[in-house]
Design a protein around this ligand. Structure first.
Ligand SMILES: *Cc1c(COP(=O)(O)O)cnc(C)c1O
Length: 463
């Protein structure tokens, strides 16, 4: 399998190189040359397979010659062996139609672990015996940072520099990053928003002088390998609810459009999905784009669902590319210059059958947390609540089950859960004595000079 850039000029690469590079050198994102396809019979045969076996079948066509089936199985067994639930991503039924897909049983309590535990092992596998030292730079609205740090802390050949918006992540999120004291882990609190942090990371990749000195790599969902790992749980859940013979829909709390794009990929691979609901909070650029075609940024409003406080959704470019059937360089350059653009008619019509969107206000988010707790006995986090609120007011045929992706453990956002429900979720034992541990991080202004200067002093240049 080869991969090419959504902007058409970066060189085509294989799976190993795409995984190590993250972003394409022309500022675009890597996508596979063609979508692998499973027949209905092949999908039906997934019934009863373990999570790891499902993962091997779904991901094998993407890894090409860079991993054998046994190597892939070994990596999946190790990555998902660290999850606290034997089913890795279990389904929980809430009422006759609504289900939760619990994606938070990994070490850092959010769905980011599903992809990043695997990505950490892929980095190690692809770097062994080489001379390259990888410099991971990433921006996090909270959950990617802790999951990426957990996945690479202490690994040989990798340094990680993680930027988070100062004061805009929850205390548990911050501590899960800043209490990891391994010498290859560098936490930076940026005086700005997540979008500022993400723009700094993109600028580093696009600066030939800086990017040329270090072997830069990305762990944000701009890295293709992350999305690939997330496609797996759509197959796993849908097959358990009767796919491919029975229809199923998913509601996805969305920020950077990575998780829901993985669902879109599953449909391109043959999985029949009735609908993908893109649930946003008041930071609603995706809701406006999908409902009116207007993709223009506003200012970021901090909310109780900080991992969705995003106005520029990187992975939306992958969808626009797939719907356009060719390079979106011109469209994206226009967007980068003016912070606004319109979807083409072809893009709007292509999205319309499958993707619908909804914007959930804080009151409706809180109401969803109360409903889940009172009516279904499930304590859910604010992000999951946004997905569930959108699912509960969906106008889909009531016979179609809707699976809301439960993207974080409620203990990660205990204050917001307590405000809504009156009960405080306790932190699972696997997280340990987070609140007693020492923290280490540095605060920097949101400028290119400050951040690149900091990294240059600490990273390993190319040999
Ligand atoms: C990252 C995250 C999201 C948003 O996922 P995207 O792939 O960025 O759309 C939603 N909820 C939680 C808890 C997250 O950590």
């Amino acid at each position: 399998m080869r991969y090419h850039s959504t902007r058409g000029t970066a060189p085509a690469l294989g799976f190993r190189d795409v995984t190590l590079a993250g972003l394409a050198s022309d500022g675009g994102l890597y996508v596979p040359d063609a979508w692998p396809h499973f027949s209905r019979d092949e999908i039906a045969a997934f019934a009863g397979l373990s999570y790891v076996e499902t993962a091997v079948r779904v991901m094998l066509p993407f890894v090409g010659e860079d991993l054998s089936e046994d190597e892939l199985r070994d990596l999946c067994t190790r990555a998902y062996g660290r999850f606290a639930h034997a089913a890795v991503t279990p389904l929980v039924q809430l009422d006759e139609r609504n289900w939760l897909l619990e994606l938070f049983h990994g070490p850092t309590l959010a769905f980011k672990d599903v992809a990043l535990q695997l990505l950490g092992l892929l980095f190690e596998k692809f770097l062994i015996g080489g001379k390259t030292h990888l410099t991971i730079v990433g921006a996090t609205s909270g959950d990617t940072g802790s999951a990426a740090i957990d996945a690479v802390a202490g690994r040989i050949g990798v340094d990680i520099f993680m930027l988070h918006p100062k004061g805009r992540v929850s205390e548990v999120q911050r501590r899960q990053m800043t209490t990891v004291l391994a010498p290859n882990v560098h936490n930076i609190a940026i005086e700005g928003s997540f979008d500022d942090a993400q723009a700094l990371v993109k600028a580093m990749f696009n600066d030939p002088a800086f990017a040329g000195r270090f072997q830069l790599s990305a762990v944000n969902s701009i890295n293709w390998a992350r999305l690939m790992a997330q496609v797996v749980y759509y197959f796993y859940a849908a097959v358990r609810l009767g796919a491919p013979d029975k229809p199923v829909a998913f509601s996805v709390p969305t920020g950077n459009f990575g998780d829901v794009f993985a669902g879109y990929v599953a449909t391109r691979m043959g999985l029949p999905i009735e609908q993908l609901i893109v649930a946003t909070n008041v930071n609603d650029i995706l809701h406006r784009a999908l409902s009116t075609g207007d993709y223009s940024t506003g200012t970021v409003t901090p909310t109780a669902a900080p991992s969705m406080d995003i106005q520029v959704s990187s992975n939306f470019e992958r969808l626009l590319f797939d719907l356009a059937g060719g390079s979106v360089a011109e469209q994206m350059h226009r967007f980068e210059a003016t912070r606004a653009m319109r979807l083409t008619n072809a893009q709007r019509e292509g999205a319309a059958g499958l993707l619908v969107s909804d914007r959930i206000e804080p009151d409706d988010m809180n109401e969803a947390m109360r409903w889940a707790s009172a009516e279904a006995g499930q304590v859910i986090d604010p992000h999951t609540a946004i997905g569930l609120a959108a699912a509960r007011r969906s106008d889909l045929d009531p016979a179609v089950p809707i699976v809301t992706l439960a993207t974080a453990h409620p203990a990660k956002f205990a204050d917001a859960v307590e405000r809504a429900t009156g009960g405080r979720p306790s932190v699972p034992a696997r997280v340990g004595d987070l609140h007693e541990r020492q923290e280490r991080y540095d605060v920097l202004p949101a400028t290119f000079e400050a951040v690149t200067g900091y990294i240059a002093e600490r990273a390993h240049p190319k040999p």
